[in-house]
Structures are given as structure tokens and as C-alpha cells.
Design a protein around this ligand. Structure first.
Ligand SMILES: Nc1ncnc2c1ncn2[C@@H]1O[C@H](COP(=O)(O)OP(=O)(O)OP(=O)(O)O)[C@@H](O)[C@H]1O
Ligand SMILES: [Mg+2]
Length: 245
């Protein structure tokens, strides 16, 4: 069975897209067949992944205009269903559809993938609700900084109701501490608090790494770009846990 994992946090810039891209590549390195779906109208995941112009995107998928297979761009490391700015203008229209939260789930039919990773926008939009509904699991990237702690509690309580109503078997796989800066005490302290408060649900941290901030330049994953970087090492550990856990 395909595991469908959404990377979600309503806060912006916490590493959702970097994590989707890097975990996707790391899962591939463990021999898994991986599809990434960009559900963010900003299209950052798409920008990180390909130079190709996106003609069939996650918008066509959500509106059931094209079958899943026709929206996929095949890649060397993983396949992609991209997004572009048209997705933003479609939000209002999608909100008017019956069963609007089930559009993605219904569009993802039988497929060849071991893992589908979904990159969500930083809000509780109709796109995020579609991701929640279609997923088997959730990863919550959380930046190691003070403001994130309050945001995380709010996120977890806000998610309770949509999970209950739309997808009661959804599994919160874990919180992924991102951008850990070992030179800053506050960053280390926040990581320790996350570890204490979410003992059983915490992934090993992703350290601040300049190579990760260069994704998109070469349109390749951190594993291809620099397999010895801390970024590559950290995301490999996370993927190993996902595969074995
Ligand atoms: N571990 C890291 N080390 C250094 N830079 C990072 C790391 N993780 C992410 N970044 C950088 O932080 C910025 C935000 O990351 P990213 O785009 O992955 O976050 P996001 O949560 O998807 O943002 P948005 O909410 O806008 O979609 C980017 O410039 C990215 O390159
Ligand atoms: Mg993003």
C-alpha cells in the first residue's frame, strides 16, 4: 500500500518544502519509488525539482481535469506533480465544489509508488485540507526557534477537528525539528523542549546547513548536490526511520 505523507505547518518558512524534497530523495536512496506533489501555489517544490514548464499540474489533478498519470513529470530521483500560480486563482472555485476536501483523495488512484509526499502551503486552506484527507501520515516540520513552540501547540489543537471529521485514521508520524543552530543556545533549548514534550513523536533534528539553502540552483536533491553535507546526513536519518519505523 502506498504511504501518503503530508508535510504541514501553518507557519511559513519552517522547512516544509526543503524537507519534502530531501526526504523524497532519501527515500529513493533506500530503493523506494517516490512521487512528490506540490500543493503550494508558490510552487517552490516545483522550482527545486525541475526546469520544465508545468502544463499539467496539481490544479488539473484537484479539478479532475486530467488523470493522475497525465499530471506526473518523471524525474531521475523522484517523480513530481508540480504546481504553478494558476493553483492560487483556483482556490475560490474549488471552495465552491461539493466534497471539496476529498478532491485529491479521489484523484489518487492505483499507482506504482511506495511513498507519495505532499508539500502543503503555510495555511489551513482548502489545499491543506485536501492533503490531510488524502494522507495516511503527517510530518510537522518545526523550526528550532522560540516562536515555534506556541505555534506548534496551536497547530496540533487546530488540526484535531479536521482530522476527526475528514480522516480519523490519519497518523501523526512525528514532529521534525528543523534549522537547528548549535551556535545558538535558544535553538538548542527549543530542540530540548520539543524532545521532552513530544518524546515518542520526534524525529532527529535537521541542522542549519548552507547546502540546503542552495536547493533549486541545480534542480537536484541534497543527496546528489552534496551527499556529505550535514543536510544530506540528517535527512537520510529521517528517511531511514520512516522506512523502518
Ligand atoms: N536546514 C536548513 N538550513 C538552512 N536553510 C534552510 C534549512 N531548511 C530550510 N532552509 C531555508 O529556509 C527557507 C524556507 O525553507 P522552505 O522553503 O523549505 O520552508 P517552507 O516551510 O516550505 O516555506 P513556505 O511556508 O514559504 O512554503 C528557504 O530559504 C530554505 O532554503
Ligand atoms: Mg514551502
Amino acid at each position: 500500500m502506498t504511504r501518503i505523507i503530508s508535510l504541514l505547518n501553518f507557519k511559513g518558512g519552517v522547512g516544509k518544502t526543503t524537507s519534502t524534497h530531501s526526504i523524497g530523495a532519501a527515500l529513493t536512496s533506500f530503493g523506494k519509488k517516490v512521487l512528490l506533489i506540490d500543493l503550494d501555489p508558490q510552487g517552490t517544490l516545483t522550482f527545486f525539482s525541475t526546469d520544465q514548464k508545468i502544463t499539467a499540474s496539481s490544479m488539473e489533478l484537484l479539478f479532475h481535469k486530467l488523470p493522475m498519470n497525465e499530471c506526473i513529470i518523471e524525474g531521475e530521483e523522484f517523480d513530481l506533480i508540480g504546481s504553478n500560480i494558476k493553483l492560487a486563482t483556483s482556490e475560490l472555485e474549488l471552495n465552491g465544489h461539493y466534497g471539496k476536501e476529498f478532491r485529491l483523495k479521489n484523484a489518487l488512484g492505483e499507482n506504482k509508488y511506495d511513498y507519495i509526499l505532499i508539500d502543503c502551503p503555510p495555511s489551513l486552506s482548502v489545499f491543506t485540507l485536501n492533503a490531510l484527507t488524502a494522507s495516511t501520515d503527517l510530518i510537522i516540520p518545526c523550526e528550532c526557534e522560540l516562536a515555534s513552540l506556541e505555534g506548534l501547540d496551536l497547530l496540533l489543537s487546530t488540526l484535531q477537528s479536521p482530522i476527526k471529521q475528514l480522516n480519523s485514521t490519519l497518523n501523526i508520524l512525528g514532529i521534525l525539528p528543523t534549522k537547528l543552530d548549535s551556535r545558538k543556545n535558544i535553538s538548542k533549548e527549543v530542540y530540548e523542549i520539543l524532545q521532552t514534550e513530544h518524546k515518542d513523536k520526534i524525529f532527529p533534528p535537521i541542522r542549519i546547513n548552507s547546502k540546503l539553502s542552495e536547493l533549486g540552483i541545480e534542480k537536484m536533491s541534497i543527496l546528489k548536490y552534496d551527499k556529505n553535507s550535514n543536510g544530506a546526513k540528517d535527512y537520510l536519518k529521517v528517511a531511514e526511520l520512516i522506512v523502518n519505523g
